[in-house]
Design a protein around this ligand. Structure first.
Ligand SMILES: Nc1ncnc2c1ncn2[C@@H]1O[C@H](COP(=O)(O)OP(=O)(O)O)[C@@H](O)[C@H]1O
Ligand SMILES: [Mg+2]
Length: 330
């Protein structure tokens, strides 16, 4: 069987830490590139190793890895700073200058909250899916361990609701200040006050445009994510107890969010042939787990990748992995 991602424009590779996500994502991307697709591979795991697999240094901008293949690594820290500077400016324009100090304090607090990295990361991923989609035939995401990724993928909905709320709230308070403005028309006001009122309106239309843009971006990303003609989620595991448990939970959670899971990569299968008593014992355990995997994930297609003698690095090793992922060459 082959990994059935034919025709998909967005491929996510997920799974527990250390099972072979980066290796699989890199091999999938190289395979697609060599079959003539313009491909971008993106690492969203803070524990980056995508560059290592290709034996190059990767950063936030796409870098060429092979013909047709570009890669980048998203740095959550840098994204958070950029994102929060943005949020701070946005929030400031929503409040009276007396509140700036408090706004900054709140935003800095938010900066240390676990959601900040994810929000920043999600915005960039959404941009890649929606905007850069035009520059590539396929984008392959090498993701962080499953729990984090599922939270991330459920965020567009939350973020969309949040921007909706913020916009509505501001519209309400605009109506309110209109009413107050009309009521207090007879009261003479210093000129400076009026000016700052207009400036703040100007700034608000700018921030409203930003919020609307972000809202639209998240809605579009969510739409793509849930479209099974567009997105394929591939889960990688190894035939051991904990990765199997984690994969069960991941499949269930992804289904709950209606994210299309296409198949499993069962990695690090012991080679055929005599292995000696120690590894034969491991093989007996492996056989039992492989049966369990067949039973638990009957509805998902499955490919198996053998354990190689060495770590997987460089194009030749990735092509070898690719031959197991796509045995018939497609
Ligand atoms: N089938 C395999 N045979 C041998 N080594 C492998 C295999 N798959 C992955 N590896 C090695 O295991 C390590 C972890 O793989 P990696 O793809 O980085 O996992 P993850 O991204 O899930 O943390 C890497 O050193 C990689 O080269
Ligand atoms: Mg990895």
């Amino acid at each position: 069987m082959a990994l059935d991602i034919a025709g998909r424009r967005i491929v996510f590779v997920g799974g527990k830490g250390g099972v072979g996500k980066t290796t699989t994502a890199a091999a999938v991307a190289l395979h697609l590139a060599e079959s003539g697709k313009r491909c971008l591979v993106v690492s969203t795991d803070p524990a980056h190793s995508l560059g290592d697999v290709f034996q190059v240094q990767l950063g936030a901008e796409p870098r060429r890895l092979a013909p047709n293949l570009q890669g980048l690594e998203l740095d959550p820290d840098a994204r958070v700073e950029e994102y929060l500077a943005n949020v701070k400016a946005s929030m400031r324009s929503l409040v009276h200058p007396d509140m700036y100090h408090e706004v900054d304090r709140q935003v800095e607090l938010a900066c240390t909250s676990p959601g900040a990295e994810e929000a920043a990361m999600l915005e960039r991923m959404s941009e890649l899916m929606v905007a850069e989609g035009a520059d590539y035939d396929v984008i392959v995401f090498d993701t962080a361990p499953t729990g984090q990724t599922i939270r991330l993928l459920s965020l567009p909905e939350i973020m969309a609701a949040w921007t909706d709320g913020l916009i509505r709230h501001r519209e309400k308070s605009d109506e309110m200040s209109d009413v107050i403005g009309r009521l207090s028309k007879t009261t003479a006001r210093p000129k400076g006050d009026d000016l700052s009122h207009f400036e703040s309106d100007d700034r608000f239309s700018h921030i409203r445009a930003t919020l609307l843009r972000r809202q639209r971006l998240f809605h579009q990303a969510r739409h793509l994510l849930l479209d099974e003609a567009v997105t394929a989620f591939v889960l990688v595991l190894i035939p051991e107890r904990l990765p199997i448990l984690e994969t069960e939970r991941a499949v269930e959670a992804l289904h709950r969010f209606h994210i299309p899971v296409v198949g499993l990569v069962v990695n690090r299968i012991l080679p055929a042939g005599p292995l000696g008593p120690f590894l034969e014992e491991r093989r007996a355990q492996e056989s039992a787990y492989l049966l369990q995997i067949d039973g638990l994930f009957r509805r998902l297609s499955q490919v198996r990748v053998p354990l190689f003698a060495k770590d997987v690095g460089g194009l030749d090793a990735l092509r070898e992995v690719g031959r197991h992922l796509f045995p018939s060459g497609n």
